[in-house]
Design a protein around this ligand. Structure first.
Ligand code: GUN
Length: 285
């Protein structure tokens, strides 16, 4: 029988840890960590994510603010807001929710965020820090996946890990974190030859491609740990991951469900990054 990792419960544990850390921070520095989320446009999924981030921040004692902008906002206006937040000393964390509206290039906005406040870990300085083993702010979803694997007792040292997907938000930082944990890492993607055979080599398989139920039994080595980052709708409009859960459940050793797996961890790690950023800023004064 597969061990199904309860992301909701593990995320609550992380959030409790962060809350305790926030209490210590407030006692020491006389203020709460500040998290500012920029939401531009009306993407319905983003609206839900941002509301959840807002609620989770409040529950952890973090001073959360959401800046809601119209989809007609210009790149210059977004840049001006980011610069204002960079200059505001009460702001410890800045997150620009993606996607930004059509016609606004995201790269210059993400690069404008002060790396010390970059709680998404998307700035080149933090990307470089992650790959060179420095103490960077690390993207939330991949660090949540690592925490899930640790909580599930999955050994990473020497393990063969395959990351399916090569995005800057998940695939690439995920590969870097697995490498830092001494796994032997392959990044596989849509152009990989014999994709199922490559995935079948994995002791640890992380699926982050955004294709509903693509990972079927032929992609999975018996006993493998499978982490599903996907958030899709199936043919009936039901929320599902990149993994065909029902098809692989009897084969895998460890698996995360969708919903209730990786999703809740992303928010928990965002709160953790906010506390880390706030603490580092205070210590570097
Ligand atoms: N949109 C979907 N995932 C993410 C994320 O991790 N960070 C941001 N900023 N936007 C997202």
């Amino acid at each position: 029988m597969a061990q199904v990792l309860d992301g909701k419960a593990i995320a609550l544990k992380v959030r409790e840890e962060v809350k305790e850390g926030v209490d210590v921070f407030r006692a020491k520095y006389g203020r709460a960590p500040g998290l500012h989320v920029v939401l531009a446009g009306e993407d319905p999924a983003s609206a839900v994510y941002v509301r959840n981030k807002e609620k989770a921040a409040a529950a952890a004692g973090i001073d959360g603010h959401v800046h809601r902008l119209l989809s007609s906002v210009s790149g210059e206006e977004l840049l001006a807001l980011v610069r204002k937040l960079n200059a505001d000393d009460s702001v410890d964390g800045i997150l620009v929710q993606l996607p930004v509206p059509d016609g606004v290039p995201s790269a210059p906005i993400l690069e404008a965020v002060d790396p010390a406040k970059d709680v998404d870990g998307f700035h080149a300085v933090n990307v470089g820090g992650l790959w060179s083993g420095g103490s960077a702010l690390v993207p939330c979803t991949p660090s949540g996946c690592i925490r899930l694997l640790q909580e599930g007792g999955v050994a990473l040292e020497g393990a063969r890990a395959v990351v399916l997907g090569r995005s800057n938000i998940v695939g690439k930082p995920m590969a870097s974190l697995l490498l830092a944990n001494n796994a032997t890492v392959t990044i596989a993607h849509s152009r990989t030859k014999d994709l199922a055979a490559v995935c079948r080599e994995a002791d640890v398989l992380v699926a982050a491609v955004g294709r509903a139920k693509m990972v079927s039994r032929e992609y999975v080595k018996p006993g493998a740990a499978v982490i599903d980052v996907g958030m899709n709708r199936d043919e009936n409009g039901k929320l599902c991951g990149d993994v065909d859960f029902a098809d692989v459940e009897s084969t895998v050793g460890v698996i995360t469900p969708v919903p209730g797996g990786v999703g809740p961890m992303t928010i928990a790690m965002l709160l953790n990054n906010t506390l880390r950023a706030a603490t580092a800023r205070e210590e570097n004064r």
